[in-house]
Design a protein around this ligand. Structure first.
Ligand code: GRF
Length: 204
C-alpha cells in the first residue's frame, strides 16, 4: 500500500476486511496520517521520504526495492501523490492499481473536481485502474458515477465522489485477490460477471 496523505481509501480497504494481508504501508511523507493509522492497526508502516532523495529515478529504485522486500502480489496506490518513473511502473505492471477521482479518460491529472465543475459536466466519478506508463490511462477495472449538482463546490463534489471511492477500491482489490480480473488487450473484464464493473450512484 503506497500513500502520501490522509489515507481514507487505505482505511476503507482495511475496514472492508478483505481476504488479503496488507504486508506493508509505505509513504513518501513521514507525517502522512495513513502511516499513523497503519501503526495503530499493527501494520508494517514505512516512511520513505522523497525529500531526502532529490533524484526521482533513484528514489523510485529504492522504493521499488523496499516494496519487493515485502513480496506483495499487488501494489495499491492509495493517494500516492507522486508521478512514478517508467522503470518503476514496468517493474510492477499488471500488479499496480490506482484510484483516480474522475471518470477516466476524462480529467486525468490534478484538480479533477474543479475541472469537472468548470466544464459543466453533469456526471462525475472515480476510476480504479491498472497503472501503465501513460499517466491516468491504464486499463479500467471499475468506475462509479455520481451526479453533479448545480450548487456543488469542488469540496461537496469531492466528498460525493470519495464516498464511492471507498466502495469501489476495496471491491477492485477483492476481485484481484480472487483472481477474477482478466485483462484482454487493455480491457479488464470480470470473470463470470458482465455487469458489476460500474456503479451509478444517485447519492447526495
Ligand atoms: C483520492 O481522492 C484519490 O482518488 C486520489 O487521491 C485521494 C486520496 O485520498 N488518488 P485519501 O488519502 O485516500 O484519503
Amino acid at each position: 500500500m503506497l500513500l502520501s496523505g490522509r489515507g481514507s481509501n487505505f482505511q476503507a480497504i482495511v475496514e472492508a476486511q478483505l481476504p488479503i494481508d496488507i504486508v506493508a504501508v509505505i509513504s513518501n511523507r513521514p507525517q502522512a496520517a495513513g502511516l499513523a493509522y497503519a501503526r495503530e492497526r499493527g501494520l508494517t508502516a514505512v516512511a520513505f521520504d522523497h525529500t531526502q532523495h532529490p533524484d526521482r529515478a533513484a528514489f523510485d529504485v529504492l522504493l521499488a526495492d523496499e516494496i519487493e522486500r515485502h513480496r506483495p502480489d499487488l501494489v495499491v496506490l492509495a493517494g500516492y501523490m507522486r508521478i512514478l518513473s517508467p522503470a518503476f511502473i514496468a517493474r510492477f505492471e499488471g500488479r499496480l492499481l490506482n484510484i483516480h477521482p474522475s471518470l477516466l479518460p476524462m480529467f486525468p491529472g490534478l484538480k479533477t473536481h474543479e475541472r469537472a465543475l468548470e466544464e459543466g459536466v453533469k456526471i462525475h466519478g472515480c476510476t480504479v485502474h491498472f497503472v501503465t506508463a501513460q499517466l491516468d490511462h491504464g486499463p479500467i477495472v471499475v468506475q462509479a458515477a455520481v451526479p453533479v449538482h448545480a450548487d456543488d463546490t469542488p469540496a461537496t463534489l469531492a466528498a460525493r465522489v470519495l464516498t464511492q471511492e471507498h466502495l469501489i477500491y476495496p471491491q477492485a482489490i477483492r476481485w484481484f485477490a480472487e483472481g477474477r480480473l482478466v485483462n484482454m488487450h487493455g480491457r479488464v473484464n470480470l470473470k463470470g460477471d458482465l455487469t458489476s464493473q460500474s456503479v451509478l450512484s444517485t447519492g447526495t
